[in-house]
Design a protein around this ligand. Structure first.
Ligand SMILES: NC(=O)c1ccc[n+]([C@@H]2O[C@H](COP(=O)([O-])OP(=O)(O)OC[C@H]3O[C@@H](n4cnc5c(N)ncnc54)[C@H](O)[C@@H]3O)[C@@H](O)[C@H]2O)c1
Length: 350
């Protein structure tokens, strides 16, 4: 089945989407949408996309597409996805699905009503170690899960590998709530909460969270940017099965550009799941190795990209995972974490 794809939002991340989809046989990039004409023109030329539109409404009036990949900023995911769902188009939406759990739930309900394929781009679902670890936990290789620790470490506030945060708008907006940022919690907290709870195969029952915003410039401000968004988040999470764990993330982890890790322990074994230095690695301590505390590497099969999985789901050849309903569950966790932090770190039922 050939699929005509519309790319909604033609900024930085949209390049990954365009390149990822262009590699899939039978997928045609037929149109782009952006409110900034200069972005749109450059993007469409670069990726040989024939049609450009200034709004979702214009693209829907034309209607010559089957599916949409939504790569607009977080704050416009809801407003741009809802009309597309109403028109019966399949949607892959960037994370986070929305900026509140109620909007995310409304999107999940609208997608279910429309009966279309709906997926959210939780990038680290592509990591082979994550998928293999989730399978092993589901098969009870480590027995009953009792304890876990998960971290997502970045260091762009202490090193210039990704650019200069003090002068570049793409970093400064992420430090300022007035510019739509929910800090490190809102930016990458969703990834590590998904990483931990997906592998554990359980939902969170309670969450407690503390957030910290550190002094980074005189008066807490650089130009128009008030640097008030959180830089570090530490959460305590109890899972539905009773296991207790910590989940934390920061932009101050000097030495770690972009590293995710989960250590998860059950009564029969332990797993260490890493995506550090962009390398996927799974280690396990199982069986007799528990006696000596020896760990062994586990081989993990490759995982199709989210773009390949979205296309497979449209063709009826694969599951629709992670879907909007999952995106809404994670959004609710983020909302509760924020609320907990506002109440001094009180544990809240999710
Ligand atoms: N999954 C990941 O690992 C990952 C990584 C980076 C970014 N993201 C997500 O991707 C999304 C886009 O991020 P980005 O870094 O590419 O941002 P960006 O600012 O570079 O690009 C967004 C584009 O959307 C356009 N836009 C804004 N409002 C619009 C509207 N109403 N209709 C059409 N176009 C509109 C902007 O003009 C801009 O060109 C965000 O939700 C972000 O969280 C996800």
């Amino acid at each position: 089945m050939s699929i005509r794809l519309l790319i909604l939002g033609t900024g930085g991340m949209a390049n990954n989407h365009a390149e990822g989809f262009a590699k899939i046989p039978g997928v045609e990039l037929v149109g782009g949408v952006d409110t900034r004409p200069e972005n749109l023109t450059v993007f469409c030329e670069k990726h040989s996309i024939p049609k450009g539109f200034a709004s979702v409404a214009e693209a829907l009036d034309w209607g010559g597409f089957d599916a949409v990949t939504n790569v607009t900023p977080d704050a416009v995911h809801f407003a741009t996805t809802m009309p597309v769902l109403a028109a019966g188009k399949h949607v892959l939406c960037e994370k986070p699905l929305a900026t509140s759990a109620s909007d995310a739930r409304a999107m999940a309900e609208a997608a279910a009503r429309a009966g279309v394929v709906n997926m959210v781009n939780l990038t680290y679902r592509n990591v082979p170690a994550l998928q293999q670890a989730a399978r092993m936990v589901a098969e009870e290789a480590i027995g009953t899960v009792r304890h876990f620790e998960a971290s997502y470490l970045q260091s762009w506030l202490t090193q210039p590998a990704w650019g200069d945060w003090q002068t570049e708008a793409q970093w400064l907006w992420r430090l300022s709530s007035a510019h739509g940022s929910k800090g490190v919690l809102g930016d990458v907290g969703i990834h590590i909460l998904d990483f931990a709870t997906f592998i554990a195969g359980q939902s969170a029952q309670t969450i407690a969270c503390q957030l910290a915003t550190f002094d980074k410039a005189p008066g807490g401000r650089i130009g128009e940017y008030s640097l008030d968004a959180n830089d570090s988040a530490v959460m305590q999470v109890r899972l539905a099965g009773g296991a207790l764990g910590v989940v934390h993330t920061t932009r101050f982890a000097t030495g770690h550009l972009n590293d995710l890790r989960l250590r998860i322990y059950g009564d029969l074994g332990g797993l260490e799941v890493g995506f550090e230095g962009a390398v996927s690695r799974l280690r396990a301590c199982l069986g007799d190795n528990r006696l000596t505390g020896a760990w062994e590497d586990v081989t993990c099969p490759d995982v199709p990209t989210v773009y390949e999985r979205f296309v497979a789901a449209i063709r009826g050849e694969g599951p629709m995972e992670p879907d909007f309903a999952r995106g809404a569950v994670l959004q609710s966790l983020l909302d509760h974490a924020e609320e907990s932090a506002a109440q001094g770190g009180m544990s809240l039922s999710v």
